[in-house]
Write a new protein. Sequence first.
Lengths: 215, 293
Amino acid sequence: MSLVADGVSAGYHGRRVLTDASLTIGAGETVGLRGPSGSGKSTLVRVLALLHAPDAGHVTLDGERIAGVRHRVPASVRTRIGVLFQSPRAASDPRLTLADLIAEPLRAVRHPRERIAGRVAELADRAGLTADLLVRRPHAVSDGQLQRACLARALVHRPRYLLCDEATTMLDASTQALVAAVITAEQQATGMGVLVVSHDPALLSRWADRVTEVR
Amino acid sequence: MAETAVTTTTPGRAGLFRRPRFRAGTPVAALVLGVAVGAALLVPMIAPLDQSAVALGRAALPPSLPHPGGTDDLGRDVLHRSIYGLRVSLLVGVVAALAATVIGGVVGSLAGLLGGWVDRVLMRVVDTISALPHLLLGIFIVAMLRPGLGAVILSIGLTHWLSTARIVRSELLSLRTRPFIDAAIAGGAGRTRVLTRHLLPHVLPKIALATTLMIPHAVWHETSLSFLGLGLPPHLASLGNMINDGQRSLLTGAWWASIVPGAVIVVVTLAIAALAARGRDHLDPRVRAELNL
């Protein structure tokens, strides 16, 4: 059981930013990914999240080679991979309250309505989001609070793999610790594989089982 | 005793004397538009107009208490007819603007969502139509159809959708690459849900604003077509017809026959444009900040 990028090359508008990258995230494993700015770390995350089509190579999810990206991949496959983006503000629909933000992926796959509220409350509690925060919109909360809501959203489908694209870079130390603790607890409970992209060698050495470098 | 550091901030002069800027134009525009729409709706109920009645005995009377807008060369009350003309102009303006919005919205959505060759082909069509003068194209469309209200609305709808298509396309192109759309797709949202839940709600306020800004354009277009004899039949009151009829009276000194309907259209379209501009300011956060809204 693993999420694998095999010989992936990718770019934007004909400009190659990632060449022949290979990476394996095993179940229950935490893989660190580091590299200089512009080395293609975020592009590799987008390819692994099935959001960006590689120019060459392919992604394999639990032994199944994935053809296509975005809406061409069935929702049941896409939701096996959770993504935590670098900027919570850019990754949040500014119209939704934090509760709606967390519930939205469940509503999108027509999860039974009566179970949604319970799942949102459970994840909000784990992410340290109080009831008064859940009714606020993104502009009315801090980056740390919003990233915690985004973390709850990323975990809402109980993904088998979680991709954290420099997700703690702009957070204070206590929020970084909380995010890492929530992810680790989920990992221990479900055997989720985690990819941590970061510039911070100290964070990677503490958190990741092994670290891969993109050049 | 422990010393406590207290930081206080004192508002400067700018802070003390800063007041939200009051723009008198907005309530005035709202009042003008309210009166105009109220008159257009109520006057036909209170004082119905016989569109084909003439009274040569009181032809070309200057503005007075019984006839505040004067009378034309057929003895018809100019202000009364202007209000009837305004009904036509507002009806045509609103319906044509909505028609243009629907056409522009569909074309812009297809171009913005599908991208690729669909986007390229549709945008070249938009560029080609943009290169043609609107009025000439409108005249051509009306000339192809039976003259009347429907032809005028169709003519305006088919010539005024271009800006809406461009707005919708550019908004969708910008939105669909935003990380929150990626997050929605990764979370399992299908195409329809992404469109209805995450894309359209962000575009709709701008579409509504574009539609409102289009109404004055549509009103002027209708007036121009009627002025050229391509709008409503000449005996029916329309602001364009009235200005066209009234221009003959200018030579005999009866300026009111064309100036009054002209003033009605200028004032009403300026009021609509002012309110739409205010709406645009509210939608743009940078302008909001500058205006202290």
